[in-house]
Design a protein around this ligand. Structure first.
Ligand SMILES: [Zn+2]
Length: 283
């Protein structure tokens, strides 16, 4: 028998009416240098590209000061992005802290922060053709850091079966291929993603994570300045535009293009320092 929830106290409305405060005001957050942001949009000269096939992932490398661009080609497609310090796989993108600092979705001027103890910007978003989207009437927005990545474990939990082309598995295979690590070891380095082009939010009534068809069209792109030397991996999600379902082969899927450019910000780019906490933890 379901338990009856406790009835609200007499002052429930007064308690609910307390105004929220922002957890992490960003006034003191090191902001990207506007001159560097501008330089990252000038003089782009392509150095490399990789086409990520549908329901697969590929790795790419970007040096500090270079720009990498993810472009929708052929049709609407969501991408799941992992980033590592090219010199140390344990230093990787920290989706949760990026969300705490910048909000549920990121766009131009926001930064992708790394895990502890470095906690520094790994990349800065310098252009986003979907910046106009903002927040829609459902509370949805684009490029989220709230989802994790579709994975075969959750799929098995909810639906049973063995599906091998979830972003988690795609990223695992791509990292194993790039580094030569055994599959099981590569898997441990795969982490929560930036959901590029994905349109998501939380329902207002139940607080559940929702997705809706991405507004991305071929030609739309998002550009990142690499703040440190990066190893990246991008999966073209089996959910396609993520308008219906993922973790299956039913959604129409398209490739994603990753291009790496030299730009006016590249020569002599200075990586941001690692975090200043002394790591003594009070001992
Ligand atoms: Zn996915």
């Amino acid at each position: 028998m379901p338990q009856t929830p406790p009835s609200p106290p007499a002052d429930a409305e007064a308690r609910r009416a307390i105004a929220p405060v922002i957890c992490y005001p960003v006034d003191t957050l090191p902001a990207p240098d506007p001159a560097v942001m501008a330089a990252a949009r000038e003089g782009l000269v392509k150095q490399a590209e990789v086409l990520v096939p549908p329901r697969e992932a590929r790795c790419f490398r970007v040096a500090a000061g270079q720009v990498f661009r993810i472009t929708s080609v052929e049709g609407p497609q969501v991408g799941d992005l992992n980033l590592w310090n090219a010199a140390d796989l344990s230093d990787r993108f920290y989706s949760g802290k990026t969300r705490a600092l910048h909000g549920t979705h990121v766009t131009t001027g926001d930064r992708l922060w790394s895990s502890f103890p470095a906690l520094r910007p790994m990349a800065t978003i310098v252009a986003d053709t979907l910046e106009w989207y903002g927040i829609d009437e459902f509370g949805g927005s684009v490029h989220d850091v709230i989802g994790t990545r579709c994975d075969p474990y959750t799929h098995n939990l909810l639906s049973g079966g063995q599906y091998h082309h979830c972003c988690h598995s795609n990223l695992t295979r791509a990292l194993a291929d790039e580094t030569g690590l055994p599959l099981a070891e590569a898997e441990r380095h795969v982490h929560d993603v930036l959901n590029v082009f994905m349109c998501t939010g939380f329902t207002r009534d139940t607080g559940q994570y929702f997705m809706k068809a991405s507004p991305v069209l071929p030609g739309d792109h998002i550009d990142f300045l690499a703040e440190i030397d990066l190893l990246g991996a991008l999966s073209a999600c089996p959910g396609g535009d993520c308008g219906a379902e993922h973790s299956s082969d039913t959604a129409p899927c398209h490739p994603l293009l990753v291009e790496v450019f030299d730009c006016a910000a590249t020569p002599g780019h200075t990586p941001p320092p690692v975090n200043g906490y002394d790591r003594s933890h009070g001992r």
